[in-house]
Every structure is written in structure tokens, then in C-alpha cells.
Write a new protein. Structure first.
Length: 205
């Protein structure tokens, strides 16, 4: 079956099943194949609008889970009682505000963020977003936690993958079936976060 037809099926399926976007099936496949988080988890969704990944995360974690989303746009959709959303900019947001909304560090951090595409420099802007995610992780993600983040493939992609692998037990690229054929998007899926060691302060007597 041609890929375009398959993609159109995802769009129609999302409408029929009540998902806010076809991207819901990307996260579903990633989690089914890669097991990023499960029931009762704390999950952070960076760039959460329009809310499809929040919907999927709420389904997977169940009522015992906690999902927090942040986006530049105001989230008006009501997803589930255990989903909390914040309108904000990840370049200005404080990790403590996000963990405070969840009651602690997250088991998984998700990012389906993408820059406003212009055709010029999109890849570099996408990598910049991903590097911001990596910079935020020490204040957000539990040791041994997991990460999913979208990036547009290009010359900086191998370096970004290496940077991610340096702080996780494993990091690999994955492209879900629901991704559009013409899209350069790739998802880095990383397991087993290894936070940087903090320098111990000398004790005072």
C-alpha cells in the first residue's frame, strides 16, 4: 500500500478515535516498540500542543500517572484529570515549575517540538531545541529515566545522537510509520538516564 495512503489513514483514524492529531500514533508506536513509560509514570510533554501526546500518555499511565505539558500556545483542550498544562517557553521555563506540577522528577520526558519551518536552517533550529531539552534534563528526569525527542535529520544529527548517548545507557533513532513520507523528522529514543555527577561541597566542621 502506498505510504501516502497509509498516512491518510492515520489522519482519518485520529478523527474517528478522538485524538487531537495524527501524531498520537507516533507516540503509540514508539512506546509499544521501545517501552518508554508505563502505568503510574510521571511524564513531561515539552511542546504539548495540540494535545495528542498528552492523550496517549494519559491512556498509558492510567489514573495513577501524572502528565505535565508545556507549550507556547494555551492548551484549551481538557484531556484527563491527571493532565496538567502550562503555557510557557522552554527557554525561559524553570525545571522546578515543571517538577512542582508533577510532585517530583519525571520517569519520562517527551518532546515532539519543531521550529516554525521556513525551509532555511530548520534542521539547525530543530537541533537547538533538542539541545535545550538535554540541558534541562538534570532538573527534570529521574536517574534511569527515558527520553523521546523529535529532530529533523541533517548534518548535526549524528553529533546530537552522540551527545544524547553520552548521558543515557542507550540512544537510537526511530521513525514511526505515521511520520509523513516527505518529512525529515526522526525521533531519538533514549533509555537509562545518567545524570551528571554533582560536585560535593566540602563539609564544614
Amino acid at each position: 500500500m502506498p505510504r501516502r495512503i497509509v498516512q491518510d489513514q492515520y489522519f482519518r483514524k485520529a478523527k474517528a478515535e478522538g485524538y487531537l492529531a495524527r501524531s498520537a500514533y507516533k507516540l503509540k508506536e514508539i512506546n509499544e516498540r521501545k517501552r518508554v513509560f508505563g502505568g503510574g509514570a510521571r511524564v513531561l510533554d515539552l511542546g504539548c500542543a495540540p494535545g495528542a501526546w498528552l492523550q496517549v500518555a494519559a491512556e498509558i499511565t492510567g489514573p495513577a500517572g501524572v502528565i505535565v505539558g508545556i507549550d507556547l500556545k494555551e492548551m484549551r483542550a481538557r484531556i484527563a484529570p491527571n493532565v496538567r498544562t502550562i503555557q510557557g517557553d522552554i527557554y525561559r521555563a524553570q525545571a522546578a515549575d515543571l517538577t512542582g506540577a508533577a510532585g517530583g522528577l519525571f520517569d519520562a520526558v517527551l518532546s515532539d517540538m519543531a521550529p516554525d519551518t521556513s525551509g532555511h536552517g530548520d534542521h539547525f533550529l530543530s537541533v537547538r531545541l533538542c539541545r535545550r531539552v538535554l540541558d534541562l534534563l538534570p532538573g527534570l528526569l529521574k536517574p534511569a529515566g527515558n527520553l523521546v525527542m523529535k529532530v529533523f535529520e541533517g548534518e548535526e544529527y549524528p553529533a546530537l545522537l552522540r551527545e544524547t548517548a553520552a548521558i543515557f545507557e542507550q540512544a537510537k533513532g526511530f521513525k514511526p510509520k505515521a511520520s509523513r513520507e516527505v518529512s525529515r523528522e526522526m525521533y531519538i529514543v533514549a533509555h537509562g538516564y545518567r545524570p551528571p555527577a554533582t560536585t560535593a561541597r566540602p563539609s564544614t566542621l
